[in-house]
Design a protein around this ligand. Structure first.
Ligand code: GAL
Length: 391
């Protein structure tokens, strides 16, 4: 009888969870499992408590032999941030312990990170000089949709937080990209974004490429939405972000404490509509993989290569090939249903980390990790694998 009661009790706990995910047609083969040996692509990824890992759009760092995974803590319903930024820890990248909320939303009305704001794409780095863990993320202010387009800074003495919010801002106010010539700057100053009711005409695109939105936002600072951070071999850190109405990427150098900009920056692919930038370096070449701009819906990835962080960046086709045989047969030209968030180096391998967004239930968005292969010319190729550790 006791056994029966226990079984009924366990079932009563399990049923709402299974129902919730079944509705979304997600494979629930791990449901109820308490220890996870291997999280597989196309399925929920459970932490050591048996819950799907709620850390989206984030990154992973290694500190003193432990990996820390930071990401958006998303509610089951709704698109705003109700808790903050999550952190999980792991010794082996396989079994993840929920370390709670690393940066919490504020209860204070009018605060930049007031509960109900939108925090996206957090990236954390350890700063050896200041001995602080520094977090940058995309912030949208409460009740203002996606119009604020700010970057926010927070820092902590511990990898698991609590992180203290520092400030949020637009970027590079009053500064021109360092590689723009005087005549290019004069040319940009002739543009007027307010004049264009219709986008995507050849004339509008020509003006955009001249730096029309750069000029529009010169005084108040440039927009900053989807973002990543990259630490180069010399220790310099760069903030790479979707700016100018998500039309153009900006690569900006950070100060040594990672809490500000040096003022040195460039535009990449003006008018190219690149989001979700992810970057790595191999054999002295910088590779950047981005998505197009279709909100939560998947689209075809783009790739860029450069010999120098400042460019010139050359655009190449998407590195994705084949179909996601374990996830709805999603094709390569939809990035297997996912959008990148970070490229993590593990020994000599580069792991492309992505989210398969579930806009109806963002907390249930799946994680997709795939190792990057290289063809005979050394060009990145990403093919589907159920198990990201498979060679
Ligand atoms: C995506 C972006 C996400 C989020 C979403 C909102 O394109 O990568 O981070 O901003 O749009 O629609």
């Amino acid at each position: 009888m006791k056994k029966l009661l226990t079984t009924l009790f366990v079932l009563s706990l399990a049923v709402p969870f299974v129902n919730a995910v079944e509705k979304e047609n997600i494979n629930v083969s791990y449901a109820g499992q308490k220890t996870v040996n291997r999280n597989m692509n196309g399925q929920l990824w459970l932490d050591t408590d048996g819950n799907h890992i709620n850390a989206h759009g984030g990154n992973i760092i290694k500190y003193k032999g432990t990996y820390y995974w930071y990401g958006e803590n998303r509610p089951y319903r709704g698109g705003t941030t109700e808790a903050g930024i999550s952190v999980y820890s792991s010794k082996d990248l396989l079994s993840w312990k929920n370390e709670g909320v690393a940066l919490s939303v504020s209860k204070e009305a009018g605060h930049d990170i007031e509960k109900g704001c939108i925090m996206e794409r957090p990236k954390v780095l350890y700063n050896k000089k200041t001995k602080k863990f520094v977090m940058l993320f995309h912030l949208e202010l409460k009740g203002r949709g996606y119009e604020a387009a700010r970057v926010a800074f927070a820092q902590s003495d511990s990898p698991v937080g609590p992180f203290t919010f520092i400030r949020s801002t637009r970027i590079n106010a009053g500064k021109w990209p360092f590689n723009m010539s005087d005549s290019e700057i004069e040319e940009a100053k002739t543009t007027d974004a307010a004049k264009w009711k219709d986008w995507w005409t050849p004339e509008w695109m020509a003006e955009t490429k001249k730096g029309m939105y750069l000029w529009r936002d010169m005084k108040g600072g440039q927009m900053s939405r989807d973002m990543t951070l990259y630490t180069d071999d010399d220790g310099k850190v760069y903030h790479i972000t979707s700016s100018q109405e998500n039309l153009t990427l900006l690569i900006s150098e950070l100060t040594d404490d990672y809490l500000d900009y040096t003022g040195k920056y460039v535009m990449v692919a003006p008018g190219g509509q690149n989001e979700a930038p992810c970057i790595f370096k191999k054999d002295n070449k910088y590779w950047m993989i981005c998505s197009g701009c279709t909100g939560w819906a998947p689209n075809e990835a783009r790739m860029f290569v450069s010999d120098n962080i400042w460019g010139t960046w050359k655009q190449l086709p998407s590195p994705f090939v084949g179909v996601a045989t374990d996830y709805k047969n999603m094709p390569a030209n939809k990035t297997f249903g996912a959008q990148g968030t970070y490229i993590m180096q593990v020994k000599d391998r580069f792991i492309f980390m992505a989210d398969i967004w579930n806009p109806g239930h963002l907390s249930q968005s799946l994680h997709l990790w795939l190792p990057i292969d290289f063809d005979a010319n050394g060009t990145p190729v990403i093919k589907w694998r159920k198990d990201w550790m498979e060679k």
